[in-house]
Design a protein around this ligand. Structure first.
Ligand code: NAP
Length: 250
């Protein structure tokens, strides 16, 4: 089976490539680095020739930067047009758990647009909405630092390891299209404040952490349980604690 990973050099894309290679699939690594630009369309036709599956794990840039709507709209359209004309059998994309509850935020609204383009394309598809990857929490902590104090919203999350997410993406890719949206999360629910405390302790960062009852989740008002998966989920295995123990922070 030939699988094209668009965004193959990224955090999750690079792990999906490895996971697919472990199962013996033919993998095409596509990103601007390899001459494939989903935003302009350059190189897409060549990369997708004979492809059975396309996995879209592109990103508009670092979270919160750049014009996410412009990116996901144009990139999504180009990928879908190319996939349709080259008769790709299964179109996959990685989205964000709870994205439909996060549309006040520009980035998450752009991800919703990416999903809607897929739904209206008529192509066989699987959308995977993933919880936060453990690697994301470093930037979360820094985004909420005010005068040396990390002031966080009260929120329960169920994050997962990037390799667990990649393994699921690879498993789904080699099966048939689900023609639905699947949720992917970690093995346990945690309070955001506890994840932050553990991360700071592991990296010997002395900054205090506290709950700010007025803090939003990147501009979105959420109930504390607002980002808990609401369907039957696929689950990662590695806990945040065990992941931290194996990172450079430990
Ligand atoms: N990280 C998380 O916690 C998380 C959780 C849930 C869902 N997701 C979703 O997963 C996707 C990937 O996230 P990530 O954290 O792995 O992103 P990332 O590390 O920033 O990687 C983005 C990838 O997209 C490629 N790319 C960017 N612009 C491109 C273009 N015009 N044409 C072709 N390739 C392009 C980049 O390679 P080049 O620069 O070489 O082009 C890179 O390979 C995102 O859509 C994100 O919303 C992430």
């Amino acid at each position: 089976m030939k699988v094209v990973v668009v965004g193959a050099s990224g955090l999750i894309g690079s792990r999906i490539v490895r996971a697919l290679e472990r199962t013996g699939q033919e993998v095409v690594e596509a990103s601007r680095e390899t001459g494939v630009n989903s935003f302009t369309g350059e190189g897409l036709g060549h990369a997708l020739e004979g492809a059975d599956v396309l996995i879209d794990v592109t990103n508009s840039g670092p979270f919160g930067e750049g014009d996410a709507l412009d990116f996901f709209k144009q990139s999504g359209k180009n990928l879908l047009i190319a996939a349709r004309s080259l008769k790709v059998k299964h179109y996959m994309a990685l989205s964000v758990l709870g994205v439909d509850r996060l549309v006040e935020n520009d980035y998450f609204r752009a991800k919703m647009v990416q999903e809607n383009l897929i739904l209206s394309s008529g192509l066989p598809y699987t959308i995977v909405r993933s919880a936060q990857l453990f690697d994301f929490f470093n930037s979360v902590v820094n985004a909420y630092a005010v005068d040396g104090i990390i002031r966080l919203p009260s929120l329960i999350l169920q994050p997962l390891a990037v390799d667990d997410a990649a393994d699921w993406m690879a498993k789904i890719a080699v099966g048939s299209a689900h023609n639905s949206t699947i949720e992917l999360a970690g093995p346990e629910e945690s309070q955001l404040i506890d994840l932050a405390r553990e991360l700071l302790t592991a990296s010997a960062d002395p900054r205090p952490v506290e709950i700010d009852p007025f803090a939003t989740y990147f501009g979105v008002e959420l109930a504390p349980n607002g980002l808990i998966p609401n369907r039957k989920i696929l689950s990662g295995q590695l806990t945040f604690h065990d992941w931290l123990a194996g990172t450079a922070y430990a």
